[in-house]
Design a protein around this ligand. Structure first.
Ligand code: ZN
Length: 473
């Protein structure tokens, strides 16, 4: 009796275990269809979107009865045309006689109604401002094209206020705009024209240093091309007397009115920075690079990280993970050649964009390279637009961007989306020489499949290294 009871118990337990195993297996099968993008009930203002996800690699997949190609790793990306209003989408995946169905509704808003927001009004002012941010954007119009940014403690003359921006008087009747949150009102006197007679030109470590004592810390407009750098010090008349040039790297120096120009003995400017220090305007120009990659300081920025995933691939591997993997290969390959590598992040941590630039500057990096992989907004087709792109912003980074793009393309064999000039936090620094690469597309299944494999990750890193080697030749 007792034995029978025990047997019953054991049998029940066995049945329970078996049932659990079966249900786990069924659960796994049922859940093998995953849609990474878009979300159900998403509001999308475009005439198409793409369904990105993964399922069983051998499944038959349809979206509204149209067949969808599944890649070896189970990835799929399907462009889906949208109409105004509600779009019903049925996704069916069948594998091993098991069909899973997911239903989506995507909403495309009808014509936009007028928002009724009135035009911002302009107020006339006469105030002296002082910059409180370490670096503050100055723009041609509020939210418009950027000019040379102002640095902390620079003094500005405001003549008006509009749309959260002060309108400032630069020089000779030119105006620009600066964000309200980056400045405070100052008790300083209104900016007077200052006549500056002293200048020190010397060198220190890796830099040529130019110092100009001033009475008031006014803004500067700086531009550079090839081996020339031109600095306009607003609100000044330059009248330098008896100065000497204590560095062999300057080929020519001249000044006129409120501007001075330096030409280096090398072919290019390799970066510069400027700020005020003890009432002196300081311009720091990087000395010409010696040839070879050995001992060069290279900052590698693995894009995104921590809370920032970047783009999401069809099998749910985020861009941040791929960026870091490629960055680690890049570090390894560069160190083999004797370069000093600064990793801006070495793990899955969240790092602020501006902090990334600060780290590279603090380490006095020669080059800053930011590693990313691309995606597209709704309305575009990732089977038509995909490939490799290298971005730069400053003129001194253009050659580096070209060398990296050429060599990286040979490594990826993806489409050539070109070298592009674009203003990003990671391309705007005037020093180090900064570029950002978008190696491939997270939402193109062919490129994504390769980006996941260590063999290709290393190959792409080597492509970048070859670009750097050519740059430092
Ligand atoms: Zn990215």
């Amino acid at each position: 009796m007792n034995l029978l009871n025990n047997f019953k118990h054991i049998l029940i337990i066995l049945i329970l275990i078996f049932a659990t195993i079966l249900s786990i297996k069924a659960y796994a099968d049922n859940n093998s269809l995953v849609i990474v993008y878009p979300k159900n009930n998403a509001i999308i203002n475009a005439n198409s979107t793409f369904f990105i996800g993964h399922t069983h690699p051998n499944a038959v997949l349809t979206i509204n009865n149209e067949p969808v190609k599944i890649y070896d790793n189970g990835s799929f990306v399907k462009v889906f045309n949208l109409e105004k209003g509600n779009n019903q989408v049925v996704i069916e995946s069948t594998a091993n006689n098991n069909t899973q169905i997911k239903k989506f509704n995507i909403i495309v808003p009808k014509e936009k109604e007028s928002t009724g927001i009135s035009e911002p009004t302009f107020t006339t002012l006469d105030e002296t401002l002082i910059v409180t941010d370490k670096e503050a954007p100055i723009r041609e119009t509020p939210y418009g094209e950027r000019l040379t940014p102002a640095k902390e403690n620079m003094v500005l003359q405001a003549v008006g206020f509009i749309n959260n921006h002060y309108k400032i008087l630069l020089d000779d009747g030119n105006y620009a705009y600066i964000g309200q949150s980056t400045v405070k009102k100052s008790n300083c006197k209104k900016i007077q024209n200052q006549i500056l007679k002293e200048i020190e030109i010397s060198e220190n470590g890796q830099n040529i240093i130019i110092k100009i004592p001033t009475y008031q810390q006014t803004t500067a407009s700086i531009s550079n091309k090839d081996n020339l750098i031109n600095v306009k010090l607003h609100g000044t008349t330059l009248d330098f007397k008896n100065y000497s040039i204590k560095t062999p790297y300057i080929k020519d120096f001249s000044f006129k009115d409120n501007s001075f120009q330096v030409s280096l003995s090398s072919q290019n400017i390799n970066g510069y920075d400027y700020y005020y220090e003890h009432r002196k305007f300081v311009l720091k120009i990087k000395k010409p690079f010696e040839s070879g990659i050995k001992d060069k300081i290279i900052a590698i920025d693995a894009g995104h990280g921590g809370k920032e995933n970047g783009a999401m691939g069809p099998t749910e591997i985020p861009e941040k993970t791929i960026n870091l993997a490629i960055s680690k290969h890049l570090k390894q390959e560069l160190e083999k050649l004797g370069a000093k590598v600064i990793m801006i992040r070495e793990d899955d941590s969240t790092v602020d964009l501006y902090k990334r630039v600060d780290i590279a500057k603090e380490e006095d990096a020669d080059v800053l390279i930011s590693i990313h992989n691309n995606a597209l907004p709704d309305g575009l087709n990732p089977y038509e637009i995909h490939g490799t792109t290298t971005y730069y912003y400053q003129p001194q980074a253009k050659i580096l961007a070209e060398k990296i793009q050429q060599n990286l393309l040979q490594a990826t064999e993806f489409n050539d989306l070109g070298v592009k000039k674009s203003s990003f936090v990671l391309t705007r620094p005037t020093t180090p020489v900064s570029v950002l690469v978008e190696i491939g597309f997270m939402i193109n299944p062919y490129e994504y499949e390769k980006l996941l494999l260590p063999k290709y990750q290393r190959q792409y890193a080597i492509g970048i290294v070859q670009g750097l080697e050519e740059y430092f030749k």
